[in-house]
Design a protein around this ligand. Sequence first.
Ligand code: ATP
Length: 330
Amino acid sequence: SKRVAVLTSGGDAPGMNACIRAIVIACKKRNYDLIGYLHGYNGLIKQESISLSLDSTHNLIQQGGTVLHSARCKAFTEEAGLKQAAANLSEAGVDALLVIGGDGSFRGATHLADHYLGQIIGIPGTIDNDIAGTDATIGYYTAIDTAMNSIDKVRDTADAFERIFLVEVMGRHAGFLALNAALSSAADYVILPEFFESPESEIKKILTQIHAQRRVRGSVSFIVVVAENVWPQGLQALTKALNDSGITDVRPVTLGHVQRGGTPVSNDRLLATSLGEYAVSLVGTDTSNVMVGEVNREPTTVPLTTTSDSKPLNSAQVALMKSIMNERYG
Ligand code: ATP
């Protein structure tokens, strides 16, 4: 029999619980022991864990957040912390460690492999979808829905007052969430890290679009989706720049952490369930230091070290959004 451990690390994402549930069931099926480390890598260093039995899976699939809690952990980035974590894993008799998290968590896991001889398997969990080796990450689909629904609401008030709204969505340094939120909410413009040129050229294009729309349709609302961390000096600076350029009534909205919460949508539950089962199916094989993912709906593994590689946006979606942003309105 095997002893498996799981933890959730880095930014939490809807569907992490669904994945924990899948792991509990997959371990039970194989008669593996399962423990859950608390608070990301902190629990590993402090030997803080709980046992996870079938009882703990009741009503878990639909819960946002993570019952294991997540955290950043500075100590884990230092040699002493990594050694302590490895010693604790050996002491607890853990044969395989499953890490649900983002690329930072996988970088940490790679370093742990220098000290820990057991198996390490990563499972992509982040709303940002910025992990290479999988088409989607657990939490991404729910975050798109949350952003889309929020933008729908912003549009109602924008329409009523014929205002211009700038809506900032999360994504770290990737535009997946912003692009998909923009397309699914029929936003008029999107600012993404992947094709950001300069503040001047973006402002020029936004003004051109606003003026073109107003010529044709009269005074109308205009929604700009802005990916976080793109605009130099942030959303307020963009708001000011637009207000200064003669467009009045520009309002900024930062969606913020609402995007990390909520009950996971079906696609995130399905992905979490498949990846949890697949990860446990690899326990006991000689596959290690990999991340499990799904490409074209098929389970795959890639080395943890390649998960930080750059991952392109969907080119058809990019072309479509660009054509929307260049529409000439007659
Ligand atoms: P998200 O992108 O969704 O926030 P993430 O997993 O990328 O998730 P990070 O904060 O980057 O989140 O990383 C989580 C944790 O992983 C860090 O707090 C740290 O403990 C560990 N970690 C990250 N980078 C390293 C590294 N180079 N060496 C050791 N540990 C690391």
